[in-house]
Design a protein around this ligand. Structure first.
Ligand SMILES: Cc1cc2nc3c(=O)[nH]c(=O)nc-3n(C[C@H](O)[C@H](O)[C@H](O)COP(=O)(O)OP(=O)(O)OC[C@H]3O[C@@H](n4cnc5c(N)ncnc54)[C@H](O)[C@@H]3O)c2cc1C
Length: 413
């Protein structure tokens, strides 16, 4: 087993870190000030995107990029340390066209779109000219079970007519968001997993209404986690993605690599929180000692390091499996890391907030933002409990009960 990153990954990592040092880190304050003043996207975003693309730091998340498509394809394993670097400054992923939910949508379109759909939607997304959203969750039903969704997609001649209400739709209020991939039911009478379909809905279609953009833990996200009402929204039947009735299968396909990209970024966020914790503990003194000399603080630091390394190894294993045996065979590892990484993200950030004292809760540190996003990730792409259920199901199915026969020694009767 070789724990070193490949030369390709190391080269890209250096390049990305150089870009972060030169262009992203010096703009953190400006980004904060502009977004809080209501300027979104921030004034420098398009310039930085152009520069990142010129430097080959573009679409690195998509291993299956074709030769005529823009970007630098990397394996999931090679991409992991890069996503970690981006995770330290959450808005930076957009600079490299590597931000969710666009990445998941691009993966989906890459796998299932027709040539016309690719030209209309995938190409501008790969070029970073537009943004997109993925609309599955509904306020009126428990959406962690995707078979519950009720949005109706009725075929009428050459069109589909869509009616329903969605919420928590990330990116929907981004000014450049031009398209939604919507999941709904085309045939409520079909088998449970064949009732759903996905349809591409241009943002400006009549009947699409953004109702509100709820805050998340009282944090306002300008790109939105929006509530959207679809009232008699008519789109051409050719906007169907994949086949009718394939929506559930497409949703499963979409969430493989996308899920672990979140996890990679979470590890980067936890790493940053630990670094801030270590710095601060060596500066602040209480009761005549630096915080770094207090046993309880040392324990937080040590535990954080152990937990980050554990999560990183599991994430890398999941990435390696996606690369080598495919997302389907890596389902258990993907679910495991989806439970581990967001919890790590909030736990280490929480320790850092505590160590910083009251300042840890203010916008003077990035900790409150990181905590909020880590907490949200325990829901996004499926809540912890659904993943735990899947892991347990697979574990129970795979067990052959050989251990009981071999290792138990009850008295003979
Ligand atoms: C910041 C943010 C961004 C998001 N972005 C998007 C997006 O872009 N597009 C989109 O479609 N959705 C998005 N979501 C929604 C997210 O995917 C859902 O919140 C999630 O799937 C859970 O659905 P629900 O909220 O309806 O919870 P419910 O389905 O009502 O579940 C509630 C709770 O029940 C428990 N539970 C559920 N199933 C089980 C089980 N089998 N065993 C035990 N307990 C269980 C869990 O604790 C769960 O949290 C986002 C959410 C957040 C917070």
């Amino acid at each position: 087993m070789d724990f070193a990153f490949s030369p390709r990954s190391q080269e890209m990592r250096q390049k990305l870190q150089g870009f972060m040092d030169a262009h992203i880190l010096p703009r953190i304050r400006q980004h904060h000030e502009e977004t809080h003043a209501g300027q979104f996207p921030v004034s420098f975003m398009e310039d930085l995107k152009k520069l990142a693309r010129e430097e080959g730091l573009w679409n690195m998340f998509l291993p299956s990029l074709k030769e005529d498509e823009p970007g630098t394809p990397l394996s999931n394993l090679d991409y992991a340390p890069l996503a970690e670097i981006m995770g330290r400054v959450p808005w930076s992923a957009e600079v490299f066209n590597c931000n969710a939910p666009d990445t998941g949508n691009m993966e989906l379109l890459h796998m299932f779109a027709t040539p016309e759909q690719r030209e209309q939607w995938l190409e501008p997304l790969l070029n970073g000219e537009i943004r997109s959203a993925f609309a599955m969750t509904e306020p009126d039903v428990a959406s962690s079970d995707a078979t519950n969704i009720t949005t109706s997609m009725r075929r009428e001649g050459d069109e589909y007519v869509i009616n329903g209400r969605k919420w928590f739709i990330t990116n929907a209020t981004h000014p450049n968001c031009k398209v939604f991939i919507v999941m709904g039911k085309t045939d409520p009478d079909a088998d449970t997993h064949k009732q759903q379909s996905m349809i591409i809905v241009p943002r400006d279609t009549p009947g699409v209404e953004i109702v509100r953009n709820p805050t998340v833990l009282n944090h306002h996200a300008p790109e939105g986690h929006a509530e959207i009402l679809f009232t008699n929204v008519r789109v051409p039947a050719s906007n169907l993605l994949g086949e009718e009735g394939s929506g559930f299968a497409l949703a499963q396909a979409r969430l493989g690599p996308g899920r672990i990209h979140h996890c990679m970024r979470s590890i980067g966020a936890a790493e940053l929180a630990l670094e801030l914790m270590v710095d601060r503990s060596q500066e602040r003194k209480t009761f005549g000692k630096h915080l770094s000399q207090q046993g309880v603080i040392r324990e937080w630091i040590a535990k954080s390091r152990i937990e980050i390394e554990q999560a990183r190894l599991l994430t890398l294993k999941a990435a390696w499996m996606i690369d080598n045996v495919g997302a389907k065979a890596a389902r258990k590892e993907i679910s495991m890391i989806k439970v581990v990484a967001p919890a790590l993200h909030t736990r280490v950030t929480d320790r850092a907030m505590q160590l910083f004292g009251a300042m840890g809760l203010t916008p003077d540190t990035p900790l409150a933002d990181h905590y909020t996003w880590g907490r949200a990730l325990r829901f996004a792409d499926g809540p912890d409990e659904v993943h735990l259920q899947s892991i347990a199901k697979m574990e129970l199915r795979e067990s052959n009960r050989g251990a009981s026969e071999t290792y138990l020694t009850p008295p003979k009767r």
